[in-house]
Design a binder for this molecule. Structure first.
Ligand code: GAR
Length: 209
């Protein structure tokens, strides 16, 4: 099974659901590391409590983004990581880093991409007046929040929603979606190929699905 690292910056609720899912027999990835760019991230303690090795690479200790990313990349390689799973990791990554992990790095974004890239996605959705919102798991490419889509989940936007209510409804779906999407990729049933996602039915010698 590929060894995955979950990259976080904050509370790590998606991280927790990924760790739990990966414990199930037959899950096609193992979570070998949780790495944060913020020393105080709440998710670090939750990962430790779950018995997962943790690391911090604090971006503030480096003069610039490339230096931070070289340290991050070196650490991940030293740990023998195969797959990167961004879960509330709030650093923009340079093309150098993205290319180094091309096809092996997933992100979850709290909107139905390609709508509402960037931050404050729930406020963006409310401002736009959409009646459906959701979350997206995608391969990471150099352009922010623009990578080929592996999976999405939708929720309704209700008349009385504020940002918090909508965020909570989406987060519940994130917790379902991310473990399923990671399983597809880790199991080789969804692959980045020529800038698109190829799914099991299209792949040579795919089993099952
Ligand atoms: C999640 O809603 C995730 O989709 C979002 O941050 C939250 C992290 O929560 N990610 C982004 O906005 C990425 N640009 P968590 O730490 O509890 O998983």
């Amino acid at each position: 099974n590929p060894k995955a690292a979950i990259l976080i910056s904050g509370r790590g609720s998606n991280m927790v659901t990924l760790i739990e899912a990966a414990r199930a027999p037959g899950y096609p990835a193992r979570i070998g590391l949780v790495l944060s760019n913020r020393p105080g991230a709440g998710g670090l303690a939750r990962a430790e409590a779950a018995g997962i090795p943790t690391a911090t690479v604090d971006h503030k200790e480096f003069p610039d983004r490339p230096a931070f990313e070289r340290a991050l990349d070196a650490r991940l390689r030293r740990e023998g990581i195969d797959l990167l799973v961004l879960a509330g990791f709030m650093r923009v990554l340079t093309p150098w880093f993205v290319e180094a992990w091309a096809g092996r790095m997933l992100n979850i974004h709290p909107s139905l991409l390609p709508l509402f890239r960037g931050t404050h996605t729930h406020a963006q959705a409310l401002a736009a007046g959409v009646r459906v919102h959701g979350c997206t798991v995608h391969f990471v490419v150099p352009e922010l929040d623009a990578g080929p889509i592996v999976a999405q989940a939708a929720v309704p936007v209700l008349p009385d929603d504020d940002e918090d209510a909508l965020a909570a409804r989406v987060l519940e779906q994130e917790h379902r979606l991310y473990p399923a999407a990671l399983a597809l990729v880790a199991g080789g049933r969804a692959v980045l190929r020529d800038g698109r996602v190829a799914f099991a039915a299209d792949l040579p010698r795919a089993e099952g699905a």
